[in-house]
Design a protein. Structure first.
Length: 327
């Protein structure tokens, strides 16, 4: 009996000890669980903070990029506006120095507009003033249109010069064409129209492959391909108003025609060659020969003029004479 009582007591003590151990383990487990949850909460809070900071950072970067884009857009618009204003001022300055009553010296023409209102100045022949037309008046809207056209031509002319590696060629040729036009008796508005056309007369070069443009020497086949540039300009001139089209088309397609018919692409001769084409032919040659090129040095203006005077089969002698008195 005592042995049974002792065994029961021992069993009870063991059970209590086991329960105590279990309670201790449960307590320790709950403590560890609480600690883990607390650490998880802290980690989650830290992660949320990092994410929030990241989102704020990205938002700030996006805002910065937007501000930079807006800044450059505004700067570009201001530069474009400034360029247009400079052109307008330049035209106004030129106008202030010219006689507004200049006669339009285009012999052989009896009207300025045909039935489609395309300018017929393009087909004018002789420079004689014996059959001069009356003054032609452009209204203010026409003048504004010419000024806007000049800005577009200037931009295209810059692209042509970059393509052909001829710095300021469009500017130099067009300014000389303007001066020659005024000296030959054209009105300021028509001289300005010639100025615009002369800025982009070589637009066809934009369609020529770089290997031909950049070649130091050309084979006969490449030379023939190079001549094709006079037939490739049309697609670059779609911004030209319809009534001015003939002038621009003649400028781009006929500036390599020679007075004796040996030029290209049509072999026109003498008075068959439009005035704008003859003006550009003389002006381009003068600018080219008096400018430094990779294949030769510059020539002084007297030498250039003398060479051109000796080649009346190529250049309109009247234009060359006016050039000599202008530069």
């Amino acid at each position: 009996m005592r042995e049974q009582s002792a065994a029961l007591k021992e069993q009870t003590e063991t059970s209590k000890q086991t329960q105590a151990d279990l309670i201790e383990k449960l307590d320790s487990g709950f403590k560890n669980l609480g600690s883990g949850l607390e650490e998880s909460a802290v980690a989650a809070k830290q992660s949320t903070t990092v994410i929030a900071i990241g989102i704020i950072g990205i938002a700030l970067i996006i805002l910065l990029i937007v501000f930079v884009i807006i800044y450059f857009i505004k700067k570009g618009l201001k530069q474009q506006q400034y360029t247009q204003e400079q052109y307008i001022k330049a035209f106004q300055a030129i106008a202030a120095n010219q006689n507004q009553t200049n006669k339009l010296m285009l012999g052989g023409i009896t009207d300025i507009y045909n039935s489609q209102e395309n300018l017929k100045i393009a087909g004018a022949s002789t420079w004689s003033g014996t059959q001069a037309l009356p003054d032609v008046t452009f209204d203010e809207k026409d003048k504004e249109e010419l000024q806007e056209l000049a800005v577009k031509c200037k931009d295209l002319g810059t692209k042509i010069d970059e393509k052909t590696n001829r710095k300021n060629n469009s500017k130099n040729v067009s300014e000389l064409v303007y001066k020659l036009s005024m000296q030959l008796g054209l009105s300021q508005e028509y001289a300005m129209l010639n100025f615009c056309a002369a800025m982009i007369y070589d637009a066809g070069f934009l369609a020529e492959p770089n290997e031909i443009i950049e070649a130091q020497t050309l084979s006969d086949e490449q030379k023939e391909k190079m001549k094709k540039h006079v037939c490739l300009a049309e697609k670059y001139l779609d911004f030209v108003p319809k009534r001015y089209w003939d002038v621009f088309n003649d400028a781009s397609t006929k500036h390599h025609e020679n007075m004796d018919g040996t030029g290209y692409p049509n072999g026109l001769k003498g008075e068959e060659i439009p005035q704008i084409a003859r003006l550009i032919h003389v002006a381009e040659t003068y600018v080219s020969m008096s400018s430094k090129r990779n294949y030769r040095q510059t020539m002084d203006k007297e030498t250039v003029i003398e060479k051109m005077k000796q080649q009346p089969e190529l250049y309109d002698s009247v234009v060359v004479e006016v050039l000599e008195n202008t530069i």
